[in-house]
Write a protein that binds this ligand. Structure first.
Ligand code: NAP
Length: 340
């Protein structure tokens, strides 16, 4: 069963609900020509291209329909949207376009893959798929600080998603950790709600782009604490304060805050492929310029394979390239079978 929102598309919250309820069970094991793992910009773009090649792709959403982009309040650098577009809205548009050409989006989670022989096997929450080609677009997840109190207070003041939780901090004090684009972009978003937003960064230079830095530095609600790390997140039922340490002077201090948002980068969701596909030391899947992994017929696209660019537009491009290459591969298999 699929739950659909007013526009007829599956929303992120619906997806979570479905997963929790364990619905959407497959009754029979299925064979597909193209199986796409992950429904972010890379996966849904791959599905669009594979669907237009009449390959009837199936996309398994995993935990996050729309990928991390769906958690971004406003995407201002995806071409074609001069005023920007909501991350969740863009995900819905990607989904709608892929489905329009025949892609199927399933709320299902892959757990195990077997690429040792064709057709490839993918075991999911609801059964098993076999596939002639697999496109991996499982994305990446937020890195945690790994300091005392972080796990216990997640959801009680500590968060990794401004779009999901920013609203809870209306007229409250919020701290952000990180110095990259995510930290600045999300800090600016939270200024809509919070009374003040303090960005805490471990160095005195930021990685974030110049436009975001300028916007944040000029914002009356924004403050900056540099050369400083969070050593402890303290609270009982809810976050009460942070313990900070200046990495230059060694000075320790306490910072009272209602909320803490952590944006210190991402790690690729590729654990399932360990020992099965070649990957870098950091866990990114290795692909060549055709998005081919170390196994023929298995492709990777988006943040699972991209430590460098990690943009919606580059992930979408990688997804399209993977699907084009999968199409060529399937054609070559067909030709082989005709001539053998
Ligand atoms: P990022 O660029 O890797 O930045 C991570 C930030 O967290 C860095 O400032 C880093 O500090 C800090 N950090 C890392 N580990 C830390 C730790 N243990 N304790 C404290 N601080 C820590 O990650 P991101 O901001 O998530 O961006 C990821 C990619 O997505 C980038 O390529 C970015 O350009 C892109 N992105 C783009 C947009 C946009 O274009 N609008 C929006 C969001 C993200 P150091 O600087 O000292 O290493």
């Amino acid at each position: 069963m699929h739950v659909r929102n007013k526009k007829g598309h599956i929303g992120v919250s619906d997806m979570v609900e479905l997963n929790l309820l364990g619905q959407n069970k497959m009754t029979d094991d299925k064979h597909v020509k193209v199986l796409v793992l992950g429904a972010g910009p890379a996966g849904l773009s791959a599905a669009l291209y594979a669907a237009r090649a009449e390959l009837a792709p199936v996309v398994l959403t995993g935990m996050q329909l729309g990928g991390q982009a769906a958690l971004t309040h406003l995407i201002e650098n995806y071409p074609g949207f001069p005023e920007g577009v909501g991350g969740a809205q863009l995900g819905e548009l990607f989904q709608k376009q892929a489905e329009h050409f025949g892609a199927k989006v399933e709320f299902d989670m892959a757990h195990e893959v077997d690429f040792s022989q064709r057709p490839y096997k993918v075991t999911t929450d609801s059964g098993e798929y076999t596939a002639d080609t697999v496109i991996i677009s499982t994305g990446a997840s937020s890195v945690h600080l790994n300091v005392p109190g972080e796990e216990e207070l997640t959801g009680r003041g500590v968060s990794y998603c401004a779009t999901c939780d920013g609203w809870f901090f209306k007229d409250k004090k919020v701290a952000i950790v990180g110095g990259g684009d995510s930290a600045f972009e999300e800090a600016l978003f939270i200024t809509r709600y919070a009374s003040s937003v303090t960005l805490i960064h471990r160095r005195d230079e930021f990685r974030a782009g110049a436009i975001l830095q300028k916007r944040a530095q000029e914002h009356p609600k924004m403050n900056f604490i540099t050369n400083t790390i969070v050593t402890d997140i303290v609270g009982t039922d809810k976050l009460e304060h942070l313990k900070l340490k200046n990495v230059v002077t060694g000075e320790e201090s306490t910072f009272e805050t209602d909320g803490l948002f952590i944006f210190i980068g991402h790690t690729p969701n590729t654990q399932m492929f360990e020992g099965k596909l070649e990957m870098s030391d950091l866990g990114y899947l290795k692909v060549n310029d055709k998005m081919e992994t170390s196994v023929p017929g298995v492709y990777a696209a988006g943040e699972a394979a991209d430590p460098n660019f990690r943009q919606v537009v580059t992930s979408a491009g990688m997804g399209a390239a993977a699907a084009i290459q999968a199409t060529r591969y399937l054609e070559s298999l067909e030709e082989e079978s005709v001539h053998s």
